[in-house]
Design a binder for this molecule. Structure first.
Ligand code: FAD
Length: 514
C-alpha cells in the first residue's frame, strides 16, 4: 500500500516538474533564436509601465530588435509553438499608453525604439515622403525632414510618441480638420503579422492588411516601417488664443473656421473650468493685442472656452499672413479683450507640449496616474454633451486640460480599423487628467475615475453616439459594442493576420486560446 502511494506521488511530482519545465523553458527557447539584437530576461520592469501609471503587467522577456528579421523570427517562433504556449507579444513604442495597451503579461515586449532600420530617409520630389522605422519618434522625423524644408502634414499635440504607436490609434491634432489624422497620411507600411511574415502594404498592394493595421490597435501586425507623406514646412507660426464665455458661440466659430479654405492651419480649443488668474499665466508666452483691456478681463469662476489657432508663414510673406489672420478673426465673435498672439518657430509650435513635460518632470508631476478619457462626439450632439458635462458634471474644477475641437469625417478613410462617429463632422473631446497619487480628494484618482464614469454613463443614457478614442474596455462584449457593425470585419481581419491572438494582448480584445 505504502509502495503504491509512493509510486503515485513520484508520478505526480514528475508531471509537475515536467509542467514547470515546460513553462519555464518557454522564455529559454527564445534564447536559441538567431538574432542581430538580443533578449533581456531580467530588466523587464520598465516594459510593465506606461504613461497612464495605473496598470503593470510584467513580461517574461523584452526583445531589443536590431532588424525587422529579429521581430519576424521571434513572432514566427511563438506562432510555431502553436496554441499550447501562453506567450504573447506586445510592440512597445514610447510606452505612452494609458491602460497597459503596450504590455504583455508573462509574454514578450518588443522595444520598438531599438529597431535600427531603415535609416530615416527623406524623399523629395513631387509627392515627398519620409521612410522611417516603426519605432521612430515623431520629433526625430520633424527634425530630419526640416533639413529638407519639409515636414509631415498631420500631427499629434505631443511628438515624443512613435510612428507605430500613433498609427495604431489614429494620430489626431489641430491639423486633422484639413489633412485628416496621421493614418490618412501614410503611403506604405511594412508589417510583421502574427504568423511572423514580413509584408509590405499600401492602398494598392496588400490593401486589406494596410487598412487593417491603420487604427488597428496593434492587433494585426507590428509596423516596422512607414512611408509618411510630407509637405513644404513653414518657418514660423502665428499662434493665437481667444476666449468665449458661451459654448454655442465658441463652437459656431470653430465650425465656421474648419470649413473656410485657408483661414488657419491648425484649429483646436479647450475648456477652462474655474481658473483664476488665467490670462496672467498666458502672458509668459502670449501677448494680449490690447494690454489695457486684457488686464480688465476677469475670468474668475466662469467656465470659459478658448479657441486656439495657428497660421503658418514664412518671414517673406509676413504681411500677407497678417492680413489673412486679420480677415479670418474679423468674422469671429470672441470676447474682444481676450485676443492673445505669439510668434514662434514651426518646431517650437509643434513641440509645445514637451516644454510642459520638462516643467512637470522637474516638479515630479509627470509620472503620476493619468486617468485620461478621450471621446469622439457627433456634431449634432455636442451641445447636449457640453451642457451636461460642463454645466453639471465638471463645474468646480478640472484636473488637467480639456481639449475640444471638430474634425471633418471626409478626411478619414472608412476602410481603416479606427472607429469614428457616423456624422460628417465630429469632435474630439479629451479630458487629460493627472491624479495626485495619495489624494482622496477631488484631485485623487478615485474622484477622477468616478467623474469619467459619470461622463460615459451620461453619453450612453442620452444615446449620443459617442465613440471612445484610445479606447479601453475589459470584456469582448464591450469591444463588440464599440465596433458596432465594424466588429465582424475586425474579427475576420484578426483571424487572417493573427489567428492565435499573439499580438497586442494589452488591448484585451482577443485572448490567446491556450
Ligand atoms: P505605445 O503606448 O507604446 O503603444 C500603443 C499601442 O500600439 C499598443 O497596443 C502597442 O502594442 C501598439 N504598438 C506600438 N508600436 C507598434 C508598432 N510598431 N506596430 C504595431 N503596434 C504597435 N494621441 C493623439 O492622437 N493626439 C494627440 O494629440 C495625443 N497627445 C498625446 C499626448 C501625450 C502626453 C500622451 C502621453 C499621449 C498622447 N496621445 C495623443 C496618445 C498617443 O497617440 C497614444 O497613446 C500612442 O499609442 C502613444 O504612442 P507610443 O509610441 O507611446 O505607443
Amino acid at each position: 500500500m505504502v509502495f503504491i502511494r509512493s509510486l503515485i506521488i513520484l508520478f505526480l511530482s514528475c508531471i509537475t516538474v515536467k509542467l514547470n519545465l515546460c513553462f519555464s523553458s518557454i522564455p529559454y527557447s527564445l534564447k536559441t533564436l538567431n538574432l542581430e539584437g538580443h533578449f533581456n530576461f531580467d530588466e523587464v520592469h520598465h516594459a510593465a509601465r506606461d504613461f497612464g501609471n495605473r496598470y503593470q503587467f510584467l513580461p517574461s522577456a523584452v526583445l531589443h530588435p536590431k532588424s525587422v528579421s529579429d521581430i519576424a523570427t521571434t513572432i514566427k517562433h511563438i506562432w510555431e509553438m502553436g496554441p499550447h504556449s501562453e506567450l504573447t507579444v506586445a510592440a512597445r513604442g514610447h510606452g505612452h499608453s494609458l491602460q497597459g495597451q503596450a504590455q504583455s503579461h508573462r509574454g514578450v515586449v518588443i522595444n520598438m525604439e531599438s529597431l535600427q532600420g531603415p535609416k530615416m530617409q527623406v524623399n523629395t520630389g513631387n509627392s515627398p515622403y519620409v521612410d522611417v522605422s516603426g519605432g521612430e519618434l515623431w520629433i526625430n522625423i520633424l527634425r530630419e525632414s526640416l533639413k529638407y524644408g519639409l515636414a509631415p502634414k498631420s500631427w499629434t499635440d505631443y511628438l515624443h510618441l512613435t510612428v507605430g504607436g500613433t498609427l495604431s490609434n489614429a494620430g489626431i491634432s489641430g491639423q486633422a480638420f484639413r489633412h485628416g489624422p496621421q493614418i490618412s497620411n501614410v503611403h506604405q507600411l511594412e508589417v510583421v503579422t502574427g504568423k511572423g511574415e514580413i509584408i509590405s502594404c499600401s492602398k494598392k498592394q496588400n490593401s486589406e492588411l494596410f487598412h487593417s493595421v491603420l487604427g488597428g490597435l496593434g492587433q494585426f501586425g507590428v509596423i516596422t516601417r512607414a512611408k509618411i507623406s510630407l509637405e513644404p514646412a513653414p518657418e514660423k507660426v502665428k499662434w493665437i488664443r481667444v476666449l468665449y464665455d458661451d459654448f454655442a458661440t465658441f463652437s459656431r466659430d470653430q465650425l465656421r473656421l474648419i470649413s473656410t479654405e485657408n483661414a488657419f492651419d491648425y484649429i483646436e480649443g479647450f475648456v477652462i473650468v474655474n481658473r483664476t488668474g488665467l490670462l496672467n499665466n498666458w502672458r509668459s508666452s502670449f501677448n494680449p493685442q490690447d494690454p489695457v483691456q486684457a488686464s480688465q478681463f476677469k475670468s474668475d469662476g466662469k467656465t470659459l472656452f478658448c479657441l486656439e489657432l495657428a497660421k503658418y508663414f514664412n518671414p517673406d510673406n509676413n504681411e500677407r499672413a497678417n492680413q489673412e489672420v486679420g480677415n479670418s478673426l474679423s468674422v469671429l465673435s470672441y470676447i474682444p479683450s481676450t485676443l492673445f498672439l505669439s510668434e514662434v518657430s514651426y518646431i517650437q509650435f509643434l513641440d509645445r507640449v514637451h516644454v510642459s513635460e520638462v516643467k512637470l518632470r522637474s516638479k515630479g508631476l509627470w509620472e503620476v496616474p493619468h486617468p485620461w478619457l478621450n471621446l469622439l462626439i457627433p456634431r449634432s450632439k455636442i451641445h447636449n454633451f457640453a451642457e451636461e458635462v460642463f454645466g453639471n458634471i465638471l463645474t468646480d474644477t478640472s484636473n488637467g486640460p480639456i481639449l475640444i475641437y471638430p474634425v471633418n469625417r471626409s478626411k478619414w478613410d472608412n476602410r481603416t480599423s479606427v472607429v469614428i462617429p457616423e456624422e460628417d463632422i465630429f469632435y474630439l473631446v479629451a479630458f487629460l487628467s493627472s491624479a495626485v497619487p495619495t489624494s482622496t480628494g477631488t484631485d485623487g484618482l478615485e474622484h477622477i475615475l468616478t467623474q469619467n464614469k459619470r461622463i460615459l454613463e451620461y453619453c450612453e443614457t442620452a444615446r449620443l453616439g459617442v465613440k471612445q478614442y484610445l479606447p479601453h474596455y475589459t470584456t469582448q462584449e464591450e469591444w463588440r459594442t464599440h465596433f458596432g457593425p465594424q466588429w465582424e470585419v475586425f474579427a475576420q481581419r484578426k483571424s487572417t493576420y493573427d489567428p492565435l491572438a499573439i499580438l497586442a494582448p494589452g488591448q484585451r480584445i482577443f485572448q490567446k486560446a491556450i
